[in-house]
Design a protein around this ligand. Structure first.
Ligand SMILES: [Zn+2]
Ligand SMILES: [Zn+2]
Length: 928
């Protein structure tokens, strides 16, 4: 006997309970399979997903909730289809973000990381992590994410750090890591290099300053002639080492080989000739500052010019900047412009809009600056990663992102992997004070590997955070320490099956995982000992790039706009299930979501509707038990079938259920979360609650005279369909379905969770054998009678007699289901007559196979009726014209599938019939 449900659906009351139960029972743990034991656990193909690790500093936002809802739906669904599903959770140490957070905290205490020193600072960050680091995963637990919590990782964990170190050393040994001075994007606030991807460009209204450089004569004196250059960053002129012109620029031919005086600094600098200079741009002369511009750096290399760095790590002018040393870069800019003007060396100042790069983390303007950094020679890794996608070993959905990915990979630059931070994986390289060479090692060295000197100090830089997260697909499965004991894990779960993530980290993370995954796993033999092919080296087989969640007006959510929706607040109000369903119902590949609370309210009502249906069903189960009818729970858990002679509604609902299950599985295969959710919604609310439950009330006869066999059969189908529908809905609304499913079994469920049962699957034979078109006739007949009742203002509860004019076919169906029509349309007696549409009289409702009239005292509003009929006629005429046009189009007929053409022909015939009927009825109206 199912247990009693509280009267009202209260998500808060059930969700906390189940969320806690799933974690406590370790329901979604997926241990490494034991190859010596063929248990249920170790059977089934694996379905592995990595959670895009949120920053350890993170708080759950709508984007996370959306991403995790999609992943959870996929994982729950695959698990229920029999796959060995594993979802691995974890958090990222997020170098810059976390360091920034703790630095801010220190600032409020009046101290700084420099004052603390490196070790104490690192300890402080760990302490911070222990206190606040788990917040986002706790939120995930509350939202019911079906992850394996026993595998939770943090990218700074020891076993993951080992992987980071091994990867670095191996790449270094392979000659793919080098150190050198290059122009990098420098953030003066964070005081670290940042990658191109971490720079966000904004249009800035600035100026273009023209500066005049004096040409020197053979004696080194000002000749009275000038070359004018233009710049958006005048302060960089302090580090100028030349002015470049095009060798064929006629304006300057006479200046070849001459020197210039660098204003303010007084230094002599050469004029150099380079074809890279554009003659058409500005004056055709450009200042060359190799230490502060990537193009100038290349020019400097070509002409063997020195690089003079004029700024320090904080964006202040350094000792190379002469009188300007110590000034902030923007203060220096103002002073330099003023001094140039005083000396008559300033030309025009023009308004200029340019793209200025900002640090993604702190929004400070980034300074391109020469700096010694560590790089990965990316080409050989990129080549494999390109092949993996081009050869179809990784499929990217939506397809357009495949192009974006390939385009980026084909133009990729060497990856600057060093960061001047204290929080992160410290680079395992030791510099020797004696021979100045570098030792890179797996184990901390005490002496230089080149000269044996003990004067070695470790590199202070740490690795880019994406270096460690790029390794996750291999490192979470024990790489590089894969041995006989633990390799079952790697064998079972690598390559992972699917990655669901956002477009914003396609390059940061997805591309790096592909490069690292293909590179490092290729050395791990297959379980049978054979070499690993590229196809099996990929870190995942599918990538699904999800869309963005925007506000109801399709605006991007942002704190400054104040339109951010806090998922935790919405969940408190409507329940996780309703929010998940809202997100799913709008999620289709490549389409952003306009999150609208009205929809969540609607899905809260949907959950409520299912709750009430359960209460109704359980009440009937109880009543049945009172007269000795009991449905064996062994009859539940599969896909329902019915006998051919079962009542119409039973055959119909079972066929609908099978068909819906078929379509939902298909939709999920194609990441059509929206279609899947909407199909289930239609089935549950429309077919099951609105029609089937209403009809089945007639069959649940518990009276003395009841035919017990019939009642039992009806109750069985009812329970079977309901239980199956709950399983169908479960990945979308895991909490509600868990609660009701347990209630069905009243403490004796066949599994620990509905999530561990099987997902409904269509049986085509069942659908084919059952298709009862009769139900469509009954539904439409009821809809017509209901509409007519409304038109005639029949009070809701009143039962009235009706007159039906029926075609032979409709009559047959009707006679068999007369009780259903009477019940659903609140009809007392029915007079049925043969359909004779020529006798159509005003006020009747006209269907394809019937006319309906109700016997109710009322006068017909002739004007309104004429109005209605005129509108109907116009509608039918339009429909008919369109169908005729299509059927007359030979091109269309040649291309369209046969069933489409058939459908169109049928529609044309039906519309014509309805049109004739409406015309006849209009004719029959009394003339004014
Ligand atoms: Zn910054
Ligand atoms: Zn040495």
């Amino acid at each position: 006997m199912p247990h009693d449900l509280p009267k009202a659906y209260d998500p808060a009351a059930i969700e906390d309970h189940w969320a806690e139960y799933w974690v406590r029972e370790n329901l979604f743990a997926q241990p490494a399979p034991d190859p010596t034991q063929a248990s249920a656990q170790s059977s089934g193909e694996a379905f592995t997903v990595l959670l895009p690790p949120p920053n350890v500093t993170g708080q759950l936002h709508m984007g996370h909730m959306f991403e995790q809802a999609e992943i959870d739906i996929m994982v729950r669904w695959r698990r229920m289809t029999g796959r060995r599903a594993l979802w691995v959770p974890g958090t990222d140490h997020a170098g810059i973000a976390t360091q920034l957070m703790v630095e801010r905290q220190l600032a409020t205490e009046g101290t700084s990381r420099q004052q603390l020193g490196r070790e104490a600072f690192e300890a402080r960050v760990w302490e911070w992590k222990r206190h606040y680091g788990g917040a986002i995963l706790d939120q995930m637990k509350r939202l019911g994410a079906s992850v394996d919590w026993q595998r939770e990782y943090f990218t700074m964990d020891d076993h993951l750090s080992v992987a980071v170190r091994e990867a670095f050393v191996r790449l270094y040994e392979q000659g793919l890591i080098y150190r050198g001075a290059y122009i990098v994007n420098w953030c003066p606030r964070c005081q670290t290099a940042i990658s191109d991807l971490e720079v966000v460009y904004d249009e800035h209204k600035g100026h273009l300053w023209e500066i005049r450089y004096s040409v020197l004569d053979t004696l080194g004196q000002d000749s009275g002639e000038y070359i004018t250059v233009a710049t958006t960053r005048p302060e960089t002129m302090l580090g100028d080492v030349a002015v470049a012109i095009h060798p064929e620029d006629e304006r300057y031919l006479h200046l070849h080989g001459k020197k210039l005086r660098l204003p303010l600094m007084g230094l002599e600098i050469p004029i150099i000739l380079d074809e890279w200079v554009s003659r058409d741009f500005g004056t055709g002369a450009v200042k060359v500052t190799p230490a502060h511009d990537p193009n100038d750096f290349a020019l400097g290399e070509r002409h063997h010019l020195p690089s003079i760095n004029v700024m320090d790590d904080t964006g202040h002018i350094n000792e190379n900047g002469g009188a300007y040393a110590g000034l902030d870069r923007y203060v220096a800019r103002k002073r330099i412009v003023a001094d140039l003007e005083t000396q008559g060396l300033l030309g025009a100042i023009k308004d200029h809009t340019n793209n200025v790069g900002h640090c993604d983390r702190c929004k400070t303007v980034v300074e391109p600056r020469l700096s010694t950094q560590w790089f990965i020679k990316i080409q050989p890794l990129a080549e494999k990663a390109i092949s993996a996608v081009k050869q179809g070993h990784i499929r990217i959905t939506p397809e357009q992102y495949e192009k974006t990915y390939l385009n980026w990979m084909e133009n990729i630059h060497d990856w600057c992997i060093s960061r001047q931070l204290w929080w992160g994986h410290r680079i395992p390289a030791w510099h020797c004070a004696t021979c100045h060479k570098t030792t890179v090692a797996r184990v901390d060295p005490t002496a230089c590997s080149h000269c044996g000197s003990a004067q070695v100090t470790q590199e202070t830089d740490v690795l880019d955070t994406w270096f460690s997260s790029g390794l996750l697909p291999v490192s979470v499965f024990c790489w590089p320490n894969i041995n006989a004991e633990n390799r079952a894990d790697f064998d079972a779960f690598y390559p992972t099956s699917l990655l669901i993530t956002g477009f914003d980290i396609l390059f940061f993370w997805v591309a790096r995982m592909i490069m690292f995954g293909c590179w490092f796993s290729k050395d791990i033999p297959m379980p049978d000992g054979s070499p690993r092919s590229l196809a099996d080296s990929v870190p995942f087989r599918e990538v699904y790039i999800h869309a963005l969640v925007r506000d109801a007006n399709r605006e991007k959510m942002s704190k400054t706009k104040g339109n951010v929706v806090d998922p935790i607040e919405i969940v408190k109000q409507y329940g996780t299930d309703a929010v998940r369903f809202t997100l799913a119902s709008m999620a289709s590949p490549g389409t952003d979501i306009a999150f609208n609370i009205a929809r969540t309210e609607g899905y809260r009502a949907f959950a409520n509707k299912i709750w009430n249906a359960a209460r109704f069903i359980f009440m009937n189960v109880d009543r049945a038990e009172e007269i000795g009818i009991k449905v064996d729970s062994a009859a539940l858990g599969g896909m329902p079938t019915v006998a051919a002679d079962a009542p119409l509604e039973a055959r119909w609902i079972v066929a609908e259920l099978h068909a819906t299950a078929g379509k939902v599985n298909q939709a999920l295969e194609n990441y059509r979360f929206d279609d899947a959710a909407n199909l289930i919604y239609q089935f549950f609310w429309g077919s099951f609650c609105d029609w089937y439950l209403e009809i089945v009330k007639l069959r649940l006869d518990f009276s003395e005279t009841a035919d017990k066999a019939k009642t039992t059969a009806a109750l069985t189908i009812l329970l079977q369909v309901f239980e199956t529908a709950l399983r169908l809905l479960s990945p979308f609304m895991p909490f509600l379905t868990e609660e009701l499913w347990h209630a069905i079994y009243d403490g004796n469920p066949p599994a620990k969770s509905i999530a561990l049962t099987r997902y409904p699957k269509m049986n085509e034979a069942v659908v084919g054998a059952l298709i009862p078109t009769g139900m469509v006739i009954i539904q439409n007949l009821v809809i017509d009678i209901r509409a007519l009742r409304k038109e005639r203002d029949v009070p809701e509860k009143e039962h009235v007699p009706v007159v039906l004019f029926l075609s032979d076919r409709s009559n047959k169906v009707f006679q068999r289901n007369i009780d259903v029509v009477r019940h659903l349309a609140k009809v007392t007696e029915v007079v049925s007559k043969p359909l004779d549409f020529m006798s159509s009289r005003p006020g009747r409702r006209r269907g394809l196979g019937w006319d309906v009239d109700i016997d109710y005292e009322t006068t017909i509003d002739v004007a309104a009726e004429r109005d209605r009929l005129t509108k109907d006629i116009a509608k039918y005429e339009k429909g008919l014209a369109s169908a005729e046009r299509q059927l007359g189009n030979e091109g269309f007929l040649a291309k369209a599938p046969a069933h489409v053409v058939e459908g169109l022909k049928k529609q044309e015939a039906e519309t014509r019939l309805l049109l004739e009927k409406a015309r006849a009825a209009l004719e029959a109206l009394p003339k004014e």
